[in-house]
Ligand binder design. Sequence first.
Ligand SMILES: *[C@@H]1O[C@H](CO)[C@@H](O)[C@H](O)[C@H]1NC(C)=O
Ligand SMILES: *[C@@H]1O[C@H](CO)[C@@H](O)[C@H](O)[C@H]1NC(C)=O
Ligand SMILES: *[C@@H]1O[C@H](CO)[C@@H](O)[C@H](O)[C@H]1NC(C)=O
Length: 214
Amino acid sequence: MIFLVAFLVVFNLLAPQCHGACAEVDSLTEAVAGEGFLLGCISCKRREEVSAQSTVDWHFKPPGEEEFRHIFHYDHPSAEILHEDFSDRLEWRGTKTSDIQIGAIYILNVTFNDTGMFRCSINRTLFLPQYDENVLVEKEVELTVVAVADLSGEGHCQRKHTEERDLSRTVSQYFIRLCALLFVWLCESFTKRDKSQLPMFLQTLTCIPEIPFG
Ligand SMILES: *[C@@H]1O[C@H](CO)[C@@H](O)[C@H](O)[C@H]1NC(C)=O
Ligand SMILES: *[C@@H]1O[C@H](CO)[C@@H](O)[C@H](O)[C@H]1NC(C)=O
Ligand SMILES: *[C@@H]1O[C@H](CO)[C@@H](O)[C@H](O)[C@H]1NC(C)=O
């Protein structure tokens, strides 16, 4: 029983954090000049069943400047572009109801002047049974604009390494889960048969996940 609990704890620690159907994925941060770019911003409701109403604001700060400029406001169903540098270049790509969990916007025709810090603010009012609760969630995205998709040289190598790291992390996570499962199963069958053999068995069991890639 203790092993089963331990296994469940390990399993839950390793499972990615998510709330129902909503998962908080970070935005990408590298855009290509002349192409479109999706600025991601996801804030999952802690309690899926509570209804809520939200507005979303986006601010932008170019490198070297102190102040953020207000560039976009969404209050379902109206979307407003508030800064001339972005006129006709921003589109709402978030939740299309007033109960917003995705506050993403799409930049059309990215220019090098879009390099800088973007800040997304989701202002959410939760309609709880006794009272309304106001929650403000802010996320920042530091955007870099490159001339063409960087597929050669250093950038490519770095990306490849990141992909390999992600893959090996996934593989080793599954390995840990498999080991935990094996551990529970073996321990249970040992305790059922002969308890005196258990310490020896524990000594021989080495469950260290190897990272399979360089
Ligand atoms: C993107 O910007 C360039 C230069 O400002 C312009 O020539 C082009 O028409 C724009 N394309 C779109 C799809 O807006
Ligand atoms: C970028 O910013 C510079 C300086 O503010 C300005 O002269 C230039 O026209 C801008 N370029 C675009 C494509 O908006
Ligand atoms: C969030 O929205 C509420 C209700 O619309 C408003 O009273 C409040 O000032 C807003 N907060 C911020 C930080 O914008």
